[in-house]
Design a protein around this ligand. Structure first.
Ligand SMILES: Cc1ncc(COP(=O)(O)O)c(C=O)c1O
Length: 422
């Protein structure tokens, strides 16, 4: 059935490590290969069509090949794909972001989420003149040295990272403001706290009531720069991201993914006095050849303009679709007497094969990997593609229809029956 993907994978493995250009794309025995995407679906090299809930890991808020966005890129690139001098559109985009996001007094455009968080952390350290960074176990901010340590001393997720780089990062439990308060009380060298306001990289984990307010209070009180990593939540949870959704103003916020609906563009945003530390006016060096390139800027302008114009229609619709899917899954779980946990918010959800409340990385990791793998495979057989890892999140786009939701609920129902029987 997947013979084309299999032979493409065999070919890929000869020239691409593990046959994939990002590790999470691999799953056993080999991933399907995509040829096109339209709306809520992706078509594969084997001529299968899947309803997609990976959606570029959250990037495709409007859906695959959303015509307003793709048309704006097509018409822009005929006039040049890279200038490396400023353009008026970069100002237009920065003005749009500043209007939508409360903390975004100034904006610097970059290309990826990783670049945005890395430079935001550097800015925070420079501004506070303090070395240490607090991150939370299970939150992901990119694949670079300061943000890859595991909890505990001298442990890192990756080989090749020197302890000198990662030892200045303290990894604390998510949803535990008391530990944060204790740590910063005892250590006056913490200059930065970076957090996913809704954690979407340990499955989906919601901040408990008051957690984010507490982080804000503690960081403000201790002269620590608070960074909201809104790479997933930005423009998805609300036009103004998690900052707007929860009514909290961080010092810096980073955006990527939904900001460009599938085009590689990201932004470091925040308070003027911190952002002005960036070079050349300030002493914090950050640079990029492709930052603010015309294709991605036009994709982002088109995306944000659609979101601004139709926000009263888009955000309720994607949340409603998500609620319908989640309530269908809950019914199936009840029917099959499966003690699972579902977390959902806005247009995001994840099912955990554990009966424990999932509120941090320790509880998320209790989700049974074998049951999840079975669910993934059964859904795939029925034309539904979810992210292959139990520690990722399912994303709904504006292009997902009621029919998609009905078909998805049906597929979950049948798949969960198979999981129960296995
Ligand atoms: C919350 C968060 N921050 C940062 C990143 C890194 O973004 P990118 O993959 O664009 O470098 C990701 C990627 O998944 C993310 O989910």
């Amino acid at each position: 059935m997947l013979s084309n993907s299999k032979s493409l994978f065999d070919r890929a493995q000869r020239v691409i490590p593990s046959g994939v250009n990002s590790p999470v794309r691999y799953y056993d025995p080999f991933p399907f290969f995509a040829v096109s995407g339209k709306g809520s679906t992706m078509r594969t090299a084997d001529n299968e069509t899947y309803i997609d809930y990976c959606m570029g890991y959250g990037a495709l808020l409007l859906g695959h090949s959303y015509s307003t966005v793709t048309e704006s890129v097509k018409s822009r690139i005929d006039d040049g794909s890279l200038f490396c001098v400023p353009t008026e559109e970069e100002i237009q985009l920065a003005e749009l972001i500043s209007k939508a996001v409360q903390c975004a007094e100034m904006i610097r455009l970059v290309n990826t989420g990783m670049e945005a968080t890395m430079n935001a952390i550097r800015l925070a350290r420079a501004f506070t003149k303090k070395k240490k960074v607090v991150k939370f176990d299970g939150c992901y901010h990119g694949a670079y040295d300061y943000v890859l340590p595991k909890p505990g001393v001298d442990a890192s997720i990756s080989d090749g990272i020197i302890n000198e780089a990662s030892s200045q990062t303290l990894v604390l439990p998510y949803n535990d403001s008391e530990t944060l308060e204790q740590v910063v009380k005892e250590d006056d060298d913490v200059g930065c706290v970076i957090v996913e306001p809704v954690a979407a990289n340990m499955g989906l984990v919601l901040p408990e009531k008051q957690y984010l307010n507490e982080i804000r209070r503690i960081t403000r009180h201790n002269n620590i720069v608070l960074i909201f990593d809104e790479v997933v939540t930005g423009f998805r949870l609300a036009l103004g991201g998690a900052g707007e959704f929860f009514g909290i103003k961080p010092d810096l916020a980073t955006f990527a993914k939904a900001i460009g609906n599938g085009f590689p563009i990201a932004a470091i945003t925040g308070k003027r006095e911190i952002m002005q530390q960036l070079s050349p006016s300030g002493k914090v060096y950050q640079a990029s050849t492709y930052a603010g390139n015309p294709a991605c800027v036009s994709a982002s302008i088109a995306t944000i303009e659609v979101l601004c114009k139709a926000k009263n229609e888009i955000y309720p619709k994607i949340a409603r679709t998500c609620d319908n899917i989640v309530s269908g899954i809950k019914d199936a779980l009840k029917d099959f007497k499966l003690d699972c946990t579902i977390n959902n918010i806005g247009s995001m959800f994840q099912l955990f094969f554990t009966d424990e409340k999932v509120k941090n990385a320790v509880s998320a990791n209790k989700s049974d990997p074998i049951m999840f793998r079975k669910l993934f495979n059964e859904l795939l057989k029925r034309g539904v593609f979810i992210p292959p890892s139990r520690l990722e999140t399912c994303f709904i786009s504006y292009s997902h229809s009621e029919d998609d939701a009905d078909k998805t609920v049906e597929s979950y129902y049948e798949s969960l029956r198979e999981v129960k029987q296995s």
